[in-house]
Design a protein around this ligand. Sequence first.
Ligand code: UDX
Length: 509
Amino acid sequence: PPPEDCGISPVLESLGAPEVDDRVKNICFIQVNVVDLNEQRVVAWNSAHLPIHEDGLLKVVRPARDGTLSVSISLPELEHPVELVARQPNLVFSTDVVRAIREADIVFICVNTPTKLHGLGAGSMADVSAIESASRTVAQNARKGTIIVEKSTVPCGTARMIQDTLCYHRPDETFEVLSNPEFLSEGTAVENLMNPDRILIGSAQTLSGFRAAAVLRDLYAAWVPPERIVTVNTFSSELAKLVANTMLAQRISSINAVSAICEEIGHGADVDDVSLAIGKDARLGPKFLQAGVGFGGSCFEKDILNLAYLARELHLDIVADYWLGVLRINEYQRQRFARKIVRELNGSLRGKKIAVLGFAFKDGTNDTRNSIAVHIIKDLAEEMPQEIAIFDPGCSSAEIMDEVRNVGLGPSQAESIKICSNWRESVQGASVVCVLTQWKHFRGCRIGGPQEPFAADSKASNTTAITEMQIRGLEATLRGREVSTLPEDPLGRLKPMSECPKDCTSCRS
Ligand code: UDX
């Protein structure tokens, strides 16, 4: 609410403090209405079982959603800090899209932009139909002067497309469209949100564009230092998001290509040593230099395809091929890993059991979308093993099975897939244990005797044995986590709503 209406002024007056001034204005609660067409998802956001797993997310969501948010303010005029408590929830999840748009000063468009599957640009171009539809609804309902912010990762020029939609529906009014791409990573999203490397804001290079960018900048300035808020034009902002992801992926493909060279050289050439050595160069830095089975997730591949498509459209074929090379190495790396396992098992998986530890596309998340594991499992399933037993501490069986079905396994191959509820069931009697997600519990396997099952870990150059002692260690870790019942611990196996043993209204309280 505006400062004069937010109840702070009388509190401060009664304490002998000044009238509401700018310092207090900055701590006024902001009303955030999150709307989604998917009713089930909204129900989940309003429950104790949030639809996505992120460390610390419930702690951020709960006080704002349940109306218990408080802030402490200290002013020199006051003897003690004053605790201000929100009088009502200031974070509301609902399906009432039109109402939320009508009430908003700023509308963030955060819909998904998957890769197009049919027609022109299928397999590489981003599908912006959800953006188009959201823009239309915004154009039909927004108040005059509302600022529209594109948060989704979008092709270059999308802000202009949104602007055109607004012009078409509201020809007599002007709206500013800003680009404000999201850079957070899954698993560390809350930490990234609280302490971002940078906030990027793209605006039209006009007076009203700069004004709109300043409004958004002030919103972030509540917790982000000003030097980390970068303002540019909308095209640069949209492009920067694609390029950031593409360059991160390029680093991973580069080091994975080095892992292939190390394996062929032999003589102890170790990709981790190379990575350590080059990461010490301040110009390169140590991050995103960890060799593995390849990058997964919903962003990198999509954004590379998107950038390559843009280059192709601009008749820059050599540039497009350069970026697509990053994806080719990624595919090569995961195929190399699957082939290595088959070779280690004398060229055949028939009658053998394969254990897969880890299915999420990375640790700390339950996200299975475009997980590398599913592609490796597909390659292994084609060798007709007796069983592929999968265990992931964070993902539900339904999520894993959905992804397995989507990858297009034939019925006879799908029959060999078994989802295990604990690691022991998965590794029991297995000829090989593939560690495909870097959950910390799976790390540190040692080389063992030839009769033991070997673990092919996510560093493609390693095939190592899991010893009984290490397995016990793993069990201890998992057990320890399970009894602690931390609500946000992936090892606590957050249940989807449908499996919740309690009535969710009471869970919430
Ligand atoms: C990425 C970007 O990091 C983030 O800025 C953007 O907003 C969204 O896309 P995310 O997909 O959540 O984030 O995960 P990220 O940590 O980048 O990892 C992506 C993939 O790369 C994972 O499969 C991970 O295992 C792999 N990876 C990462 C490596 O193989 N080696 C590394 O050194 C780092």
